[in-house]
Design a protein around this ligand. Structure first.
Ligand code: ADP
Ligand code: MG
Length: 420
């Protein structure tokens, strides 16, 4: 099938109810419909899912979607089913299915009913599934969260390394890689490991012009500084990230004592408490959630007005993801990070127990965070450059939205900060 034969605008309206494509979606979809290997780099929330869902729905055969998280796969399958009158249009294939369920899934695929089959990478290595998939019509294989294939990404999954080998057994099917990780190193790794250097690449801008970036030197007055900041943003929603669970608890308590409605969130809390605290934040029963990085994946609260990093993150990638939760609605989003070289040493110490190769990567990523924190140039320009994107810090969109541009440091101040 060729992209010229399908009215994709009509299909967009019919299946998803949208009247316009977002960003590069249209071009990506055309590339997929033309059976090309396609590589999609778009920030979180950019609308990557639709890029493979729409072509899957309008093409013959079943598209295989590889995704690392079972919860996310279930969400997507439910969403697709609600767009169609047939339950069998989308399925998840994983180890939790009963024999009867597996039989049904296979039947729906064979009959051509199933357009999207979601699989975890480890399920795809099962011989039983592979030999079944070899004998049915596959439209393409989409690999979501493709950065999981790279050790330079923030979420390396060794199972992703087997994917190419398995896909080859399925015959000559197009591959679509999708990620929100924009560093050139990770991109290179993805193309290499999926053996798709011929892929047509679509990369959206990672600039978030409405986010204000600020770094403050971390002193012993950090708690009163944070309290003051929050009181200046009274009634607004915000997230405070801390490195340790202990710190999360401590800061949440300090805020509460100071009359700020805040709840803690970390993986040490039981599932019920976590769900409760997350809901309280989403429903605006509390203003602030103090959290470890366990919080935020898939959280879609449009009006988060500030994201504070009590401790520096382990990479700029994480920093971008975490601050990216602010200002989703296009409104104000203040991203404040506290920086002290002591924290860098702490993180380095954490890493010293890890295998050497991992350590080296960890140190290199951390050095970029240090450079970001210590820079006196445009922070937006620094961040975007890290993602392989050139930013004009005079005329670019959001150019004045950082502390270094609004209040340029004198040389002496800059040196002072570094030695502190
Ligand atoms: P990503 O995977 O890139 O983080 P998603 O695929 O989860 O992003 O999409 C983010 C949001 O954008 C979803 O709520 C989705 O419904 C919405 N969306 C996607 N495409 C469009 C479109 N063309 N018009 C309006 N909303 C869209
Ligand atoms: Mg996604």
């Amino acid at each position: 099938m060729n992209s010229n034969e399908i009215d994709i605008h009509k299909e967009l309206k019919k299946y998803f109810g949208f009247s316009q494509f977002k960003g590069l979606q249209e071009q990506v979809i055309k590339s997929i419909l033309n059976q090309e290997n396609t590589f999609v780099i778009m920030p979180t929330g950019g609308g990557k899912s639709l890029c493979y869902q729409l072509p899957a729905l309008v093409q013959e055969g079943t598209a295989i979607v590889v995704s690392p998280l079972i919860a996310l796969m279930k969400n997507q399958v439910d969403a697709i089913r609600s767009l169609s009158s047939e339950n069998g249009v989308a399925h998840v294939l994983n180890s939790s299915l009963t024999k009867t369920e597996i039989t049904q899934v296979k039947k729906d695929i064979t009959s051509g009913l199933t357009k999207l089959l979601y699989v975890a990478p480890e399920s795809l290595t099962k011989e039983e599934y592979v030999s079944f998939l070899k004998n049915v019509t596959i439209s393409f294989v989409a690999i979501d969260e493709a950065h999981c294939i790279s050790e330079w990404g923030h979420d390396f999954r060794p199972e992703y390394r087997n994917l190419k080998h398995i896909i080859k057994q399925l015959g000559d099917v197009p591959i679509i890689g999708l990620t929100a990780t924009a560093t050139p190193k990770v991109q290179e790794d993805i193309l290499k490991n999926l053996d798709m250097s011929d892929a047509t690449t679509f990369k959206a801008s990672f600039n978030r012009p409405n986010l204000y970036y600020e770094v403050r030197t971390k002193t012993k007055n950090i708690e009163s500084d944070i309290i003051r900041f929050i009181k200046q943003h009274k009634g607004k929603s915000g997230i405070i990230y801390c490195l340790s669970r202990k710190k999360v608890e401590a800061i949440a308590e300090v805020l509460q004592v100071n009359g700020i409605s805040a709840v803690p969130y970390h993986a040490g809390l039981d599932a019920k408490t976590r769900a409760k605290h997350q809901d309280m934040f989403l429903m605006e029963d509390v203003d602030v959630v103090v959290a470890t990085i366990a919080f935020g994946m898939g959280i879609d609260k449009p009006d988060v007005r500030f994201v504070i990093h009590h401790d520096i993150p382990k990479s700029l990638e994480s920093y971008y993801q975490e601050t990216g939760r602010a200002g989703r609605d296009g409104g104000e989003g203040h991203c404040l990070a506290y920086y002290s070289y002591k924290d860098v040493e702490k993180l380095e110490k954490f890493m010293s127990g890890k295998p050497v190769a991992e350590q080296e990567i960890g140190f290199a990523l951390l050095q970029e965070v240090v450079a970001y924190a210590e820079t006196s140039m445009s922070r937006r320009r620094f961040l975007l450059h890290y993602f392989g994107e050139e930013f004009d810090d005079v005329n670019g969109d959001g150019a004045d939205m950082d502390d270094n541009i609004r209040n340029p440091k004198t040389k002496v101040e800059a040196i002072d900060q570094v030695v502190q």
